[in-house]
Ligand binder design. Structure first.
Ligand code: PMP
Length: 980
């Protein structure tokens, strides 16, 4: 069809008059129609495609509400029909153009890959329940791009004339047909898009926004579609690493199973091979169609890279990328080694347990490495040692030869074995029964030298290997592959430095799950970024050596690796501070330090009450850890004396203490105490309050149950308005009474007996909101009048932080029935507590024992006592008052010239600074707050925010900060607010 005909068609049948240009297409002519306002794609189809188009139309309708991504919208033609018959056995349809550009024409960002994975997964997820019954015949049609029809491709391999290219394609097809296909077929099938290549992905403003071209829909395991998306993003330098981000993006939205990951790499290879065969097929049939050659150079160049990497290792690496342990049998082998009755023999110097050992530090940080045999021997002599041990998972900088650097890749530096250094000639024994798997003399500089690999088998028939490297040459004499070896049999002697291609005499002893086509070039060291993979592939050989002092030094992972690992091995429901995430490695006093040495004043952490790493806390913990740690089922002075000291900070009748491990646990126990005492379940809480992450405490936390992902207010709970006298319902004189009346209204609506009212005295998650004067006293009274008990949550605010008082409730002239404590009381150690009255404690004596494994253990109690001591010794409560007032006055002073500072409030070192767009409207200054926090981070100060509009700075630093730190903060605040 000619463009002018297409133009007429668009106008006459679809009412879209505009300019028409031809778009490239594999099968059919497509036209871009532009009417000055919007763009459309006019597609021309042949009659035999009608069933397929009906399927597409159905799918597009199904996907029209996709969250986060768009698919083309069908524009109805005359009589509302989406498919217009043109005569000539041709049909036309019109789709709206998704604004943006094709990924292939835009700049590629690594973030696109994650997004691509999410896009494919989102579509798959949506199509998972699509009923294909009606469309079976379309979906089962012969179709070269359908991975399940790989056999038909194999029939056309002969079309490839280039022998080298043909070899690679054949290798991939054979592997698929002979071993992988049956596993693919066994996976659950669904409808999939099957063509998420970068010509079908739309990018707008740097983000992936849509997916087009639904002409390749097939019914197949969804992993086939992910494989297609991956195939077009491969990088020959490290094909597997180049698709991690896509796979992770997919896994995040639609978790991948181990069975899917097992076939993914082979399916990716298949897609590349398919493209090559299809191009040869199509070029043979239609030599003039230019579109057919698209991506051929790219794919043909990729093939050698794909066939040269081990498909098994690729599988393990992809498992690791999704959080599964890299080698699926590694756990079994480790367990078998830990429990087997099979004879495990000493590799050197039996009885090895009695050999005198020293440990060599070959880590990159050591500037004084004993690298020569003379130096090692001298160290051994001075310690009268028989053997020197080189660590497992040590990041070393001794691997200077090219052997450890693969072009364009990170060098390999992390040791995967244990080294046993001893004089040349020292006998080496087989650790287990097995047979010779391979032996070889690796003569390249710093390579393995003469080495032997034995193969072993667990009771369940799982094979694994032991590697003994740097042997004498004579050790290889008389060996043959398959030769039976007995556990404890001498198999070798250690080689000299000369034979050992530059290494001092030692045996490099390594456990290996799978040699993964490495042949003689077995990796004894790995790239630090792939450490989790190699830990699994080569478990710690101390499972065999059994050196009680240990061999694993846990090489430091790269920050990027930590970030990736965290995404898959920890819950994604966890969050990270700041837009630019940080790896914090140490803390001292009021400061935290990142991995690059960046120093930050920490105004966020009220947990490190006495400052980070307070030496007296560390010493108390260390001393008690060295002495004893048990539980409260023995008399032990620590918990008992500490309970008395802690109770000494409370007014009568609060005197009975329970020790727990977290604020949530403290509040959960407080609920149990209150319920035991009142026999009631009804709860009164304050708007925006947070009391913990457990089931019971989420139920009393409007911050959570009314927040994102929350299930709403439980029936037994009533929420009273937050008594905020700055911008709440009631302000100024008498606000406290009015809020108390609101409280009463909610209480009256409860409709069941009241168990308790729980509240902080400054509502932290509400945005550091001090309770309006007089409110708490009246609310306590109302609570008690109907038989409820009053719980003060001091988890955030207590322990002297208020400055003028030790506990927050004391600001309000009330005495609670139960007080819960957490965060600061252990100054960084997980310690929390509940204190109550003898009467309530008595009600809790139901006959059921209260046992808490860790609560009140001697170590935690020693720490808690030290925290109380230090607060007194360093006069920290007074410090909180003076420094806190200095800070608030400083911010108020700034507020005289900076309009966005709406309110400055708090007590001692628990301060809120509320930002507004202007003081008149009090509209929340959420953006200012957010920008300020990032500005402050860049300028070395950590801040955080809270409140329903996230527009309140929460300032709650370690109690040891001084005027100097406040001045740093005030300077950053002023510069920040004036520049953003
Ligand atoms: N109560 C309050 C007021 C809190 O702020 C928190 C924690 N932010 C908790 C209870 C729960 O403490 P934890 O996180 O130690 O369980």
């Amino acid at each position: 069809m000619k463009p002018e005909n297409a133009q007429g068609l668009a106008a006459n049948y679809f009412g879209i008059a505009g300019e028409v240009t031809v778009l490239p297409g594999e099968r059919n002519p497509n036209f871009l129609v532009t009417n000055g306002v919007q763009m459309y794609v006019l597609k021309i189809h042949k009659a035999d495609e009608v069933a397929q188009i009906e399927l597409q139309e159905h799918v597009l309708a199904e996907l029209s509400g996709l969250s986060g991504f768009s698919v083309p919208k069908t524009i109805p033609g005359s009589e509302g029909k989406s498919l217009i018959a043109l005569g000539d056995e041709q049909f036309a349809r019109m789709l709206a153009w998704i604004p943006g550009e094709l990924w292939s024409a835009s700049e590629t960002a690594e973030s696109h890959k994650v997004s691509l994975g999410r896009l494919i997964a989102t579509v798959d997820h949506e199509l998972a329940s699509f009923d294909v019954t009606k469309y079976r015949s379309v979906l089962d049609r012969p179709f070269g791009w359908n991975a399940l029809q790989v056999q038909s491709l194999a029939d056309d391999v002969e079309l490839i004339k280039d022998a080298e290219l043909k070899k690679h394609v054949k290798l991939i097809l054979d592997r698929m047909i002979n071993s992988t296909l049956s596993k693919v077929i066994a996976l659950p099938h669904q409808l999939i898009h099957n063509d998420a290549n970068d010509n079908n992905v739309v990018v707008r403003n740097g983000s992936i926004v849509g997916l087009i071209d639904f002409g390749d829909l097939i019914y197949a395991p969804r992993i086939c579609g992910l494989a297609v998306g991956c195939a077009y993003q491969l990088d020959a330098r490290d094909p597997v690493a180049s698709i991690y981000a896509i796979v992770r993006g997919y896994h995040e939205v639609a978790p991948l199973s181990p069975a899917e990951l097992e076939v993914l790499f082979d399916l990716i290879c298949l897609r590349v091979a398919t493209s090559v065969v299809m191009a040869h097929r199509q070029i043979a049939a239609d030599p003039d169609n230019e579109y057919l050659g698209v991506s051929q150079d790219f794919f043909q160049a990729l093939l050698p890279a794909l066939t040269s990497v081990s498909d098994r290792l690729s599988h393990y690496r992809l498992r690791n990328a999704c959080g599964y342990e890299a080698h699926p049998d590694s756990r079994h082998v480790r367990q078998w080694l830990a429990t087997t009755d099979a004879k495990i023999s000493d590799v050197v110097m039996p009885p090895f347990a009695q050999a005198k050992k020293i440990w060599l530090d070959w880590s990159g940080e050591n500037k004084n490495i004993a690298r020569s045999w003379e130096a090692i021997e001298a160290e051994m002599k001075s310690a009268s040692a028989d053997v020197a041990i080189g660590h497992y998972c040590e990041d070393r900088n001794v691997y200077e030869s090219d052997f450890f650097v693969d072009e364009g890749k990170e060098s390999r530096t992390v040791h995967l074995a244990v080294d046993l250094f001893a004089p040349a000639g020292t006998p080496v024994y087989a650790a287990l029964d097995g047979k010779v798997f391979l032996f070889h003399d690796n003569t390249a500089h710093l390579d393995n030298g003469p080495m032997i690999v034995l193969e072993h088998e667990t009771d369940q028939g799982v094979k694994f290997h032991t590697l003994y490297a740097h042997l004498s040459r004579a050790s290889l004499d008389g060996l043959s592959v398959g030769k039976e070896i007995k556990s404890g049999q001498q198999i070798a002697t250690m080689g000299t430095e000369e034979v050992n291609v530059g290494w001092p005499p030692h045996t490099h002893f390594q456990l290996i799950m799978d040699l993964c086509d490495m042949a003689h070039d077995i990796w004894g060291v790995a790239a630090v970024s792939e450490l989790p993979v190699w830990r699994s592939m080569c478990p710690n050989p101390n499972l065999i050596l059994r050196i009680p002092e240990g061999t694993d030094v846990h090489a430091h992972m790269k920050t990027e690796t930590l970030a990736q690992e965290r995404e898959v091995v920890l819950s994604r429901a966890l969050s990270l501070n700041f837009q630019k995430h940080l790896e914090i490695v140490s803390g001292k006093g009021a400061y935290l330090y990142d991995r690059d040495g960046g120093k930050y004043l920490d105004l966020v952490n009220n947990v490190a009450h006495l400052g980070h790493s307070h030496p007296r806390v560390v010493a108390a913990a260390h001393k008690q850890m060295l002495t004893l740690n048990t539980n409260t089922r023995y008399w032990n002075q620590n918990a008992i004396e500490y309970a008395r000291a802690l109770a000494g900070t409370f007014p009568d009748p609060l005197s009975v203490v329970f020790f727990v491990n977290s604020g949530s646990e403290a509040n959960d126990l407080a609920l149990r105490l209150a319920q035991a005492h009142t026999k009631a379940k009804g709860m009164m809480v304050l708007e925006h309050a947070y009391h913990g992450h457990t089931t019971s405490t989420i139920d009393i936390s409007p911050y959570k149950f009314n927040g994102r992902g929350g299930d709403g207010r439980p029936d037994q709970v009533r929420v009273a308005p937050i008594p905020d006298s700055y911008k709440g319902l009631h302000r100024g004189e008498g606000a406290g009474e009015k809020y108390a009346a609101e409280f009463k209204r909610e209480l009256d609506s409860l409709g069941q007996p009241l168990c308790a009212f729980i509240s902080e005295s400054i509502v932290s998650t509400g945005g550091q909101v001090p309770l309006a004067t007089g409110f708490l006293k009246q609310a306590f009274q109302m609570t008690r009048e109907v038989g409820g008990v009053c719980i003060a949550d001091e988890v955030q605010i207590g322990m002297g932080r208020m400055g003028s008082t030790f506990w927050g409730f004391e600001l309000h002239d009330v005495v609670p029935d139960i007080v819960t404590m957490g965060k600061p009381i252990g100054s960084g150690h997980p310690l929390a507590a509940v204190i109550t009255t003898p009467e309530i404690a008595h009600s809790f004596m139901t006959g059921m024992e209260y046992f808490n494994t860790f609560g009140g253990n001697p170590v935690s109690a020693a720490i808690g006592q030290t925290v109380l001591d230090v607060i007194v010794d360093e006069a920290l409560q007074r410090n909180a008052l003076t420094v806190g007032n200095y800070l608030m006055n400083g911010v108020r002073e700034l507020g005289k010239s900076i309009e966005t500072i709406g309110d400055v409030r708090g007590s001692g070192l628990f301060i809120g600074v509320e930002f507004v767009t202007d003081r008149e409207s009090q509209s929340p200054g959420t953006k200012v707050t957010k920008d300020l926090i990032e500005f402050a981070r860049e300028n070395g100060v950590f801040l955080s925010s809270d409140g329903p509009a996230d527009n309140v700075l929460k300032i709650k630093p370690p109690m040891i900060i001084g005027i100097k730190e406040v001045d740093i903060f005030l300077d950053v605040l002023e510069r920040g607010l004036k520049s953003i």
